[in-house]
Write a protein that binds this ligand. Sequence first.
Ligand code: FES
Length: 128
Amino acid sequence: MEGYSEKVMDHFFNPRNVGTIEDADAIGEVGNAKCGDIMKMYMKIKDDIIVDVKFQTFGCGAAVATSSMVTELIKGKTVDEALEVTNTEVAEALDGLPPIKMHCSNLAESAVKSAIEDYRKKQNGEKK
Ligand code: FES
């Protein structure tokens, strides 16, 4: 597996936070138009803070590694802070991705955004 950093390999072979959250406050689901891979992200949110996050992906190794890393980056953050995490930051945290795999990191960023959108929708629904 040439071209992958040790961190990418580590997060691929030992992905953090894989799975589902049964009573999730937010669920995001996204697909990557370039390759057809999909990702689902589950969040437990208390007082706007992401207290737990899990993901499932039907995707390539880079998608697994970036999702794993993004869950570590956003856990404990507020939803607003999590929205600011970009795929470039995720890739940097992994010591880089081969350029042709950069699109895979979009999946992780979009899954976070999609889950938070779901959270906001549910929140608004509850208030009214
Ligand atoms: Fe599909 Fe990487 S090839 S996410």
